[in-house]
Write a protein that binds this ligand. Structure first.
Ligand code: ZN
Length: 379
């Protein structure tokens, strides 16, 4: 499986890295999806993700694999964030980044900065709800909201390679899949914009406007030939995880099928088997394990094996879902490569798959599938 080692991966969902880390607490907080510091006397590194980072990143900073967390952080600070970012991002051997720019984007490096630091190509994925919130904060009149959002999303999508929705974080997948009427949208927009005017934050939570945002995005995606990414499963405490099972999104999967828009479920854990089922039976459904690989650390190979139980190999993608820490690109990519190699080597050794089959599966999951469904080489 030398092919997999040398293969420049396509990371179909990630974010930028931070340009500096104030202290160990800031470092640790980027290794946990929760919003809280670890309980007193414990560390976020005492976890599978901590093992993965120490295993794969320590050698890149000239330490032994699995060097103690304190030594690792000290060495990182001694090198400086710029040098650590450059070394780590380049060592991940990711050839192409698809970067979600809609989350805490002022805190992390932009798309061009990521490309330069990593020595790779980087393209943008536009977060749908973030665009709606920007429009709502621009003093637009409620009757004009629907048109203004449609125009803004279309404009932002120029040159982007995908659109992403976080409805999982806004009440979950139980959202009615019928498009709302113009009157319903105008009424809901009046309520939302009125609340913003009276001082409430712009967070889009209204189910009618979320449905409208998704249908508007589906139309933009259809016209521009972009996939629609859908956060599913594993994420921060803003979501109720049982409401983010991809199977709950099935009415939307059916409703969007006639548009010919590809849907990519991101992360999915612990519902990656449900995602695999949907990918097996719907031609326009794809998925990855994303952040789950990093958070599973030494168990990432088992997750990959489960994801590969029934899903076609042509429907699975790689992502790191790295945010903030360059380490997470390294460990995400390494856990993907190592886990996939472990699964496929076992199949080849058992005579269940040929060596050339294994190479083809690895090339497809690591890069080829993403290159087929994202317009990475245009624009
Ligand atoms: Zn993410």
């Amino acid at each position: 499986m030398t092919l997999l080692e040398d293969l420049p991966l396509v990371d179909n969902h990630c974010h930028g890295v931070v340009s500096s880390l104030d202290d160990r607490a800031a470092f640790e907080n980027l290794m946990n999806e929760g919003f809280d510091p670890p309980p007193p006397g414990t560390s976020h590194l005492e976890s599978p993700i901590g093992l993965g980072v120490r295993r794969w990143c320590a050698p890149i900073l000239d330490l032994e694999p699995l060097a103690p967390a304190g030594d690792y952080f000290e060495r990182r600070q001694a090198l400086g964030a710029e040098e650590a970012n450059r070394r780590l991002l380049r060592a991940a051997r990711i050839g192409s980044f698809c970067i979600d720019t809609g989350y805490r984007s002022s805190e992390v490096m932009d798309v061009a900065g990521m490309a330069e630091t990593a020595g790779a190509t980087a393209r943008e994925v536009v977060r749908i709800e973030a665009v709606a919130e920007q429009v709502a904060g621009s003093e637009v009149a409620a009757e004009r909201y629907a048109d203004a959002f449609g125009a803004a999303l279309d404009e932002r999508s120029e040159g982007a390679v995908g659109l992403k929705t976080v409805v999982a974080y806004r009440g979950g997948f139980g959202l009615d899949s019928a498009p709302p009427s113009d009157a319903e949208v105008a009424r809901a927009a009046r309520g939302w914009l009125g609340a913003i005017e009276s001082g409430r934050g712009p967070r889009l939570q209204d189910p009618v406007l979320l449905r409208h945002a998704l249908w508007t995005a589906a139309d933009v995606a259809r016209r521009r030939g972009l996939p629609l990414q859908v956060h599913a499963g594993f994420g921060d405490p803003d979501l109720d995880i049982h409401l983010t099972n991809p199977s709950v999104f099935t009415p939307w999967v059916r409703a969007l099928q006639p548009l010919g828009v590809n849907i990519v479920f991101l992360h999915c854990y612990p519902y990656h088997r449900e995602a695999g089922y949907l990918a097996a039976v719907y031609p326009h459904v794809y998925f990855d394990l994303g952040a789950s690989l990093n958070y599973a650390g030494p168990s990432a190979d088992r997750l990959l094996a489960e994801a590969m139980e029934v899903a076609p190999f042509s429907k699975q993608l790689f992502s790191s879902d790295a945010f903030g820490l360059a380490e997470l690109y390294v460990s995400g990519a390494a856990l993907f490569r190592e886990g996939l190699r472990g699964v496929l080597d076992g199949w080849v050794a058992g005579g269940r798959c040929s060596a050339s089959d294994a190479d083809e599966i690895a090339a497809a999951m690591g890069a080829g599938n993403a290159r087929r469904i994202y317009p990475l080489d245009t624009g």
